[in-house]
Design a protein around this ligand. Structure first.
Ligand code: CP
Length: 301
């Protein structure tokens, strides 16, 4: 990652990602070392879509680095976007008030639009159905923390593979690793789009799609489950078919870990929360050191 912004996981190579992970590991082990690292900086969080984890973990990361935060948590309604201001004008203004802008937006190309007019770093905190790079960073960080590497990893991607930007960014980031086997489990209406299947094959990974829990390999290293992104399409998607109950989880290996970017709906039942393989809360908390590391890389001296 040579640029002073992050809009896509495609900006990383293996070395730059490992450098970021090493910094995140050090932050996790020695948080007090970094308490004043960004003292005097002002970082804006500009969210046009709802968020719990991404916005609040960024705001926590900003505080833990000694920087200040200015924030709009519902920019669609409470910023001057509601009066018709363009995204570009909003970014031009906030860039004058801050040293970096963390932005979530409902349009796929919003980060690219923002970067074009900003003279401070833009961090994509989720753009439409296309990318969620900081989620992929913490997802792969969590996988590497558990298995030592994401080389030779097998992952079952479940739920909404069509509209789920976290799965799309995760697939792209995993292309930096060797011998990655991907499996998909979704209703046909939420199957992985062909452009991502092509990307998988063009980048040395494998992909197999399934429509039933009975068919999937039970020795996968990771189940990465996601909710149906109901806010991204019109109409009813019907009943959730792929619900991880304790009985379902027990059909998988004792070494399989269960991840989810959260929020969950009914696709993972709370009854599995105490199973040691359920790592989605650890995963969400890894948002702090990874986002601190990213802010330091972009804004540190
Ligand atoms: N995983 C994630 O992006 O969660 P939020 O929508 O709560 O930020």
């Amino acid at each position: 990652m040579n640029e002073n912004y992050l809009i896509s996981v495609e900006q990383f190579n293996r070395q730059s990602l490992e450098d970021l992970f090493n910094l995140a590991k050090d932050i996790k082990q020695n948080p007090s070392k970094y308490h004043d690292a960004l003292s005097g900086k002002v970082i804006a969080t500009l969210f046009y879509e709802p968020s719990t984890r991404t916005r609040l973990s960024f705001e926590s990361a900003i505080a833990r680095l000694g920087a200040s935060n200015i924030s709009t948590e519902n920019a669609r309604e409470f910023s001057s976007a509601s009066k018709g201001e363009t995204l570009e004008d909003t970014i031009r203004i906030i860039a004058g008030y801050s040293d970096a802008i963390v932005m979530r937006h409902y349009e796929d190309d919003s980060s690219e639009k923002a970067v074009k007019v900003s003279n401070v770093p833009i961090i994509n905190a989720g753009a439409g159905k296309k990318e969620h790079p900081t989620q992929a960073i913490l997802d792969v960080f969590t996988i590497c923390e558990k298995f030592g590497t994401a080389d030779n990893i097998s992952i079952l991607l479940g739920g909404d593979l069509k509209y789920g930007r976290t799965s799309h960014s995760l697939i792209k980031m995993l292309s930096l690793y060797k011998n990655v086997k991907l499996y998909g489990l979704s209703k046909p209406a939420f199957a992985l789009p062909q452009e991502y299947i092509d990307f998988i094959h063009q980048n040395g990974m494998t992909y197999q799609a399934f429509t039933s829990f009975d068919e999937v390999p039970k020795d996968v290293n990771v189940i990465y489950h996601t909710r149906i992104q109901a806010e991204r399409f019109e109409g009813d998607f019907g009943r959730e078919e792929f619900i991880i109950t304790q009985k379902v989880l027990d059909t998988f290996s004792k070494d399989t870990i269960l991840l989810h970017p959260l929020p969950r709906c009914e696709e993972i039942l709370p009854e599995v929360d105490n199973d040691p393989r359920a790592m989605y809360f650890v995963q969400a908390h890894n948002g702090i050191p990874t986002r601190m590391a990213l802010l330091l890389k972009l804004l540190g001296e």
